[in-house]
Design a protein around this ligand. Structure first.
Ligand SMILES: [Zn+2]
Length: 310
């Protein structure tokens, strides 16, 4: 099985640790703002390359860029970053939540969108031969809105066509349940769905339920200053004890270059991609999690999640 990276397909057996949810270049101003998602690739490289070098030295072998259409996807920037690092970078197709959907995609119907996303996964994006490696969506906190339901249904079709996984920004268990219902009704097997930001749901029984239904449960605030890490460590061990290790994904949701600012830095500063390896995994080992279990969560699971299969 292979991952579809910016530079082409890569055998999963050749990979070690994979970060399933990070950001390299993100524009949260949205697609309606002048200058949206525009930057000189060399300026971005200068800021981001040292963080990629640090991650590569720590042992990261692949990184999934989750900034989708509507929040800054820029292929020239991503290609230049991929050329400047040994880390394999995976780029998304899909679209962000309702308020960020570009006009052209608001008007498309489910079938058109599924065709576009299938083409981006199998042939290339925006007239290039760079293929998307997965489908990234997002739900409004009080959603899903009708357009977001259309997106889920189109994503289910594109996933069924290609075997690509759907990763969706989903705050809380109510929304995750609703989303899984829509996807299943569209005929998707939930082993092709990643509940992104699952740590936002405090009731662990809903995380277990999602895993039982087949979904990947992604905890992606590793090393985040606003996330009590003890809580996250306890969630990981509880889900492992409950028998769901094969459904767990761990990442930082860190980064990123911000084209809205002159220095390219996000408001809170650039958070790097090494807390998982340097702090979080050693802490899990101290709590009795084995090396083999760590490998399962950080190597095997993300490889299986992002490989195209049905
Ligand atoms: Zn994110």
């Amino acid at each position: 099985m292979k991952l579809t990276t910016i530079k082409g397909p890569v055998e999963i057996d050749s990979l070690g640790l994979i970060l399933p949810h990070e950001h390299l270049f993100t524009d949260l101003r949205g697609p309606h703002v002048p200058g949206y998602a525009k930057s000189e690739p060399s300026a971005v490289l200068k800021v981001v390359q040292p963080f990629l070098a640090e991650a590569a030295a720590a042992g990261v072998t692949a990184l999934v860029e989750c900034s989708t259409v509507g929040v800054g996807r820029n292929l020239s920037v991503l290609r230049s970053l991929a050329d400047g690092t040994s880390i394999h970078i995976i780029a998304p197709t899909g679209v962000y939540r309702d308020a960020y959907i570009p006009q052209s995609l608001r008007e498309a119907d489910e079938e058109d969108l599924a065709a576009l996303w299938t083409k981006e996964l199998l042939e290339g994006m925006e007239g290039t031969s760079i293929r998307a490696g997965f489908i990234k969506l997002a739900m409004s906190d009080d959603g899903p809105t009708p357009l977001e339901i259309r997106n889920l249904r189109a994503a289910a079709r594109a996933s069924k066509n290609t075997g690509a996984v759907i990763a969706s920004h989903t705050i809380g268990g109510r929304l995750a349940r609703k989303e899984m219902d829509v996807l299943e009704a569209a005929g998707l097997d939930l082993h092709r769905f990643i509940w992104v930001h699952a740590q936002t749901e405090p009731d662990l029984s809903i995380l277990r339920e999602a895993a039982r239904r087949g979904a990947f449960v992604e905890l992606d605030t590793v090393g985040a200053p606003f996330q009590p890490q003890t809580e996250l460590l306890e969630t990981v061990t509880a889900l492992i004890e409950a028998g769901f290790i094969e459904h767990l994904l761990l990442s930082h949701d860190a980064g990123w270059y911000n084209p809205a600012r002159h220095d390219g830095l996000p408001e809170e500063g650039f958070r790097g991609y090494t807390a998982l390896i340097r702090v979080f995994l050693p802490e899990l080992l101290r709590r009795g999690i084995t090396e083999e279990q760590v490998r399962s969560m950080t190597v095997n699971n993300p490889a299986r999640a992002f490989a195209f299969y049905r």
